[in-house]
Design a binder for this molecule. Sequence first.
Ligand code: PLP
Length: 402
Amino acid sequence: MNTNEIIEKGQKFVMNTYGRLPLALVKGEGAFVWDAGGNKYLDFVAGLAVNSLGHCHPKVVEAIREQAGTLMHVSNLYWIEPQVRLAELLVENSALDKVFFCNSGAEAIEGAIKLARKYARKYLGPDKYEFITMEKSFHGRTLAAITATAQPKYQEGLDPLPQGFKYVPFNDFPALEQAISPNTCAVLMEPVQGEGGVNTADYEYMQQVKKLCDDHNLLLIFDEVQCGLARTGKLFAYEHYGVIPDIMTLAKAVAGGFPMGVLLAREKVAACFGPGDHASTFGGNPLAAAAGCAAVSILTDKKFLAQTAEKGRYFEEKLYGLKEKYSFITDVRGKGLILGMGISVDGKEIVEACRARGLLINCVGSNVLRFIPPLVITREDIDNAVKIIDTVLSEIPSENQS
Ligand SMILES: *Cc1c(COP(=O)(O)O)cnc(C)c1O
């Protein structure tokens, strides 16, 4: 099918839930993708931080091929070897003790909410059920996950929403302190907010949050679905703060492009789930787990992490260079290879102009350009991307530059 045929069929048969670009991607390799017309793009969207190892990483492809021909799926009524291997890898490389596997970020958040409530009932008392979450957060699209997501635009028309969620501004410690009530059981936050505009928690704020949770016996839950697994230049974003959560969620990059979500918890918290308390038919099935083992073995590699951090610094410096040049760039933010650029002009047109020049980026909201390239990009890829962005920005008419 050509691009138009794919789009026509899609509009006829697929629900209209995404504001899609008129682009059908059919092939990928490393940091590049190709559309149905044969055009090649440098991919700084990376499947929304999923393709951290680039497209079709040979080790992930090989693991999937091998496992698909051996055993694709069995129920969690039985033990699954690739699943226990992946659990061991995640536990040995994190500060958490036990793992539950599911299929997406939202499902991992659902699991985190259920686990925290179970813990609260058992250890904190019958009135402890309330979660405090952050404005500009994003936790996924199931009903509980959009309720945790403190952004009204995602919640519109869906009420009644599940009860027991309270919202505070991000990086505002007094607001958090004030929001705590006798019902509070947990604080849920992304150390680096992705969809909400690449907002990084301040170091000092994070220390205060941790102390507050300790003082009030609250669980601290980190959603590292987007910022975890090497994206920030450390394996987990919490390592930047020296603050260890009680519960953590992962998804996007964990299985190298194969769908998977993960819920991790400290021993005492994890033990609040017993047989029958939580389940997922596909969760951690042999195929997903084999892909996960291949991906996580690479993502946890010390040299890989050091290189990612290095590339992040290089890219960030280049973005600061652009900020010097264009007055409509308000700031550069982020950590490692999740970077954002605040702009006071329309981001959508910049995204489209970059696409026309062979670079895929996206914008969150209308005024933050987000860069989440594959972690396997080269300095040359970064140079090329920055060149394209520079050209596109230089073409913005100066009357728009306030
Ligand atoms: C993408 C994302 C989710 C939701 O993941 P899905 O796999 O789309 O359900 C949750 N939390 C964060 C931080 C995310 O970036």
